[in-house]
Write a protein that binds this ligand. Structure first.
Ligand code: NAI
Ligand code: PYR
Ligand code: MG
Length: 375
């Protein structure tokens, strides 16, 4: 199969779909790989590195989209990219379709077979291709929060760790999955007072075992969100219902009751955000203020540490990518976990939570993924 890797074009996005080491694996399996010139240069992967690994360097994205059987990317295709995709071609990348009707419509028009990293599953109920970027974003959430709590950045002037004689800052984490756990590790490391809310009791038990007395675990209710957000210096939004738009758990009224200069980091913004006042921002202009509360809502946080993130992402995407390259969409027939990644095929939505959010609005039909790959 011919595998094509265009340069990412989202704002300050320096990740790339394949590392040179990953290219070498595809080539060892008998595939051809084309990479856009300078696609990995910003993070130290040179054109020569890719050529040594066996790739061919191509000057324009248009040539790559036109010829590749499978496009491997990081971020969701931008409108100009969507228009270059076509039926019979596989797109393997993050998509986050539920909060993005425009992209969903364009992918349906293209007819492409779109496999979303964020909905591929594993046998333990996890999301193995989302997890590495959630690890990165969870850790970054506390860095971003601490930075924005500084007075010069609009914050209240609170040091999360405090100092001897001054109490530490309070961090509230809503959602105790991968992002929430990594955020808690960083916040504990800084010496902050940390509370994690989750609506899964089994997960709260695991968190209690992991962190012992260093975090408070609290069952997530409207009441808990209301009372803990009033006290918090930093709130991290880290909930996920796979494939679906994030529920708006922290409302405008809650935010009005927060302390002036406190900070919200909505990591769940890629699924539309879990705070009522969230709107996606970029690394270039990451924050805005509503009701004296600083909002940080960068939808591609791991792009900020693109070298670490690209290597971590490739570690997870590589085996599934090789399976797709070896067998095409037949790879989905024998693997439920990979099939759960299928979001769109030949103009149909093939993921139920996305159909529930967007199907009627866009006039698109749902097809069960097993059925879809056989049409
Ligand atoms: N902005 C960015 O750059 C990035 C965003 N993300 C996003 O971060 C979000 C979290 O991802 P993960 O931690 O990997 O997901 P996860 O599935 O590991 O964890 C989500 C947690 O939310 C909990 N939850 C669901 N509904 C809840 C509710 N009503 N109240 C409290 N908890 C609730 C679940 O029980 C689960 O423990 C996702 O939207 C993901 O796409 C991930 C990486 C980068
Ligand atoms: C998961 C995601 O949104 C990202 O890595 O940018
Ligand atoms: Mg701003």
């Amino acid at each position: 199969m011919l595998i094509g890797v265009p340069k990412e074009i989202k704002n300050h996005e320096y990740r790339i779909g394949l590392t040179p080491a990953a290219v070498r694996e595809y080539v060892e399996h008998g595939h051809d790989v084309i990479i856009q010139r300078d696609g990995g240069l910003a993070i130290g992967f040179t054109n020569e590195d890719y050529e040594t690994a066996g790739a061919r360097i191509i000057d324009t994205p248009e040539e790559i989209f036109a010829s590749a059987d499978m496009i491997v990317k990081v971020k969701e295709p931008q409108p100009g990219e969507c228009k270059q995709l076509r039926e019979g071609q596989i797109l393997y990348t993050y998509l986050h379709l539920a909060p993005d009707p425009e992209q969903t419509r364009l992918l349906a028009e293209a007819g492409v077979t779109a496999i979303a990293y964020e909905t591929v599953t594993d046998n333990r109920g996890g999301l193995p291709l989302l997890a590495p970027m959630s690890e990165v974003a969870g850790r970054m959430a506390i860095q971003a929060g601490a930075h924005n709590l500084e007075k010069v950045n609009g914050g209240s002037g609170t040091l999360l760790g405090g100092v001897p004689g001054v109490a530490p800052g309070k961090v509230l984490i809503i959602g105790g999955g991968v992002v929430g756990t990594q955020a808690a590790k960083m916040a504990i490391g800084l010496g902050a007072e940390v509370t994690i809310l989750d609506r899964s009791l089994p997960r709260l038990r695991e968190l209690d075992d992991i962190f012992g007395g260093r975090v408070k675990t609290v069952y997530s209710t409207v009441d808990a969100i209301d009372s803990y957000s009033r006290e918090a210096d930093l709130v991290v939004g880290a909930v996920l219902i796979p494939g679906a738009s994030a529920p708006k758990l922290l409302t405008r009224d809650h935010i009005k009751n927060m302390k002036p200069g406190s900070v919200l980091v909505d990591v769940a913004i890629d699924q539309g955000g879990c705070f009522e006042t969230s709107k996606a921002t970029t690394h270039q202009d990451p924050t805005y203020v509503i009701d004296d509360v600083v909002h940080y809502c960068v939808a591609n946080m791991p792009g900020g540490v693109a070298r670490t993130s690209t290597i971590a992402l490739n570690n997870a995407t590589l085996p599934y990518g090789i399976a797709l390259a070896n067998k095409g969409i037949e790879a989905l027939a024998n693997d439920t976990n990979l099939r759960n990644g299928l979001n769109m095929h030949k103009g149909y939505i093939t993921y139920k939570a996305i159909f529930d959010d967007l199907g009627e609005r866009l006039g698109l039909e749902y097809l069960d993924p097993m059925h879809a790959i056989n049409i």
